[in-house]
Each structure stands twice: as C-alpha cells, then as structure tokens.
Write a protein that binds this ligand. Structure first.
Ligand SMILES: C[S@@+](CC[C@H](N)C(=O)[O-])C[C@H]1O[C@@H](n2cnc3c(N)ncnc32)[C@H](O)[C@@H]1O
Length: 301
C-alpha cells in the first residue's frame, strides 16, 4: 500500500479549520513527518500557498519529499530540528508565516520500521533516535549508563508506569551480564518484571517503557519548549499556531506556554482553544493512534 493509502494524519480537519490555509499564505510544518498534514495544507492553499517543512528524521523526510513533489516550488523541505526553527527559517529565507503546525511524537513509519527500534512489535536494534546522524545517545547507550534511580524517574514521569522502580531494578540487574541491544530483549524483560495480573488490558505491557525511553532519548519535552518560543516569533500578526500532542506532559507544556503568551503584557497571542480539541470517536475507531491526541491553538496579536 502507498503511504498516502495507509497514513491518516491525526486531527486533520480540526487543524485545517484553525490554520485556514489560503492561496498566497505561507505555512510551516515543524514536524512534516510523512507529509500528511503538509499535503492537505498545500491542497487547501492552491494555487499560490507555500509550505516549508522540517523534520529531524532524514529517512522520514525522504518519504515526505516523494509524496509532496507534485507541488513543485510551492514546497521546501529541510532536515532539521524545530529547536532551531528560527535559525532554519532565517538560513533559508523562510517566513514570517501565516500558520505553523506541530504534530508531535513519532510517525507511523518510524514506529513500523523495526530497524529504528521504536517498537516492541518487531525485533530490531534498540535505537529510538529520531536523528541518527545527531549526537544523541541511542536507547542502548542510555540504558548502559543511566543510574537506577534516574531510569525509574524517566519510566514514571514520561511513561506513567506504576511499575517503574521494579522495571528499572530489573534492567540494572540484567545489564550486568548483557547489554540491552534489542527491542525484543527489553520487551521480554518488562513483561517479566510486571506481574501478569497487572498487565494493562488495552495496550502491550511494554508500551509505557518504550514511550518513556523514546521521550528521554530524543529530549522531546526540552525541545518542545524551545521550539514553541521560536515559532511564535516567526508568525505574522494574525498568524496561527496549532499544536497536536500525544502525551500529558507535552500537553501541559503547550497549555502553559500558550497561556503565558496570552497573559503577557501586552498579550502575544489570543487563545483559539480554551480546552484542548480531541479526536472524535469515529477518528479513534479508524485510527487508534489518535486516541491520546490533543490540539491547542493560538493567534498572534
Ligand atoms: C506524528 S509525526 C508527524 C506526522 C505528520 N504530521 C504527517 O501528517 O505525516 C511527528 C514527526 O515529528 C518529527 N519530530 C519529532 N521531534 C522533532 C523535532 N524536535 N524537530 C523536528 N522534527 C521532529 C518526527 O521525526 C516525526 O516525523
């Protein structure tokens, strides 16, 4: 199946209703991923809307380039980190923008690709880096050096894992005899550490551990705070920022950042969403990955 066929962007209609793409508008997709939202923005802003897109992940970006090539010079994509959003925009002569979108987390391509090590569903190297050319440690390296206490904190805070201390203790014990190099090895350990009666019903028992490690490996929360600051500076007056998050800690950062801007003197934005917008039951049925999504948005003033 083509990417377009199997990939459904989350909260697409809701994001378009906020961004209101129009011909002649300039848009930035800060997490272009497989190009789903980007494609819709380009379609809606025909014939003269322009879209700039960045993604940390070079492999994902290649797929987006392929998907969006029919839009020709209306689209420009660069590999890069949204933590450097302002610098990337300046280096490339982009912006200011009428709309900026963040759709956080990982793409289905990253999750489904065993060689990237994000998923317990298929065995692969325990990597989890979004940017494999960058200087971050892989999950294998992180697990080799981290203290038991810090590991338990990461599993509890980023994974909301109630068995965090037990899993961390088991990992530290097992790494004395063998390093953690594969996703299946880690998934097996988590399954053994959590008592069977306490396994979650709807998700795999290792889901929370994998999510927590991914967030830590890529410093996703630290990057988000910085990226949002750059983004608001890059909007025209009346320009809109729209953020889709999948984790309660991400949503808290987004909520507090937007509220801080709205309350500053003079206000930097008007809030467009007092409460987060969630996917409909229907969207969740057709795309279970949308389950935890929340959208918040604001307009530059
Ligand atoms: C959920 S996907 C985006 C999907 C996209 N909206 C679509 O419709 O195809 C999130 C993307 O954000 C990228 N990403 C995560 N953190 C990033 C960062 N700090 N800078 C740039 N891209 C990032 C990931 O590599 C991933 O491709």
């Amino acid at each position: 199946m083509t990417i377009e066929g199997r990939h459904r962007p989350v909260l697409l209609e809701e994001a378009l209703a906020i961004l209101q793409p129009r011909s002649g508008g300039r848009y930035l997709d800060a997490t272009v991923g497989l190009g789903g939202h980007a494609e819709a923005i380009l379609v809606e802003s025909a014939p003269a809307g322009r879209l700039c897109g960045i993604d940390r992940d070079a492999e994902t970006l290649d797929m987006a380039k392929d998907r969006l090539k029919r839009f020709g010079s209306r689209v420009e994509l660069r590999q890069g980190d949204f933590v450097r959003l302002g610098a990337i925009a300046t280096e490339n002569g982009w912006g200011p923008f009428d709309g900026i979108l963040f759709d956080l987390g990982v793409s289905s391509f990253q999750l489904d690709n065993a060689s990237r090590g994000f998923s317990f569903m298929r065995d692969g190297p325990l990597d989890m880096r979004m940017d494999r050319q960058g200087d971050e440690k892989s999950a294998t390296e992180l697990l080799a050096g981290i203290s038991e206490r810090e590991l338990a904190r990461i599993l509890r805070d980023y994974g909301e894992e109630r068995w965090a201390r037990r899993i961390a203790a088991r990992i530290v014990q097992e790494r004395r005899t063998q390093p953690f190099t594969s996703t299946a090895q880690l998934a097996r350990l988590v399954a053994a550490a959590v008592p069977r009666r306490a396994w979650p019903r709807r998700i795999h028992v290792a889901t929370r551990t994998f999510q927590a490690l991914r967030i830590a490996v890529n410093d996703e929360l630290g990057r988000l705070s910085h990226g949002l600051q750059d983004a608001v500076e890059s909007l025209v007056v009346g320009g809109r920022i729209c953020i889709i998050s999948f984790h309660s800690l991400e949503d808290r950062i987004v909520k507090e950042t937007l509220r801080g801007w709205a309350r500053s003197e003079p206000p930097r934005v008007h809030l467009l969403t007092k409460r987060p917008v969630a996917p409909t039951e229907r969207e969740i049925e057709t795309n279970p990955r949308a389950r935890s999504a929340k959208l918040r948005a604001a307009e530059r003033c």
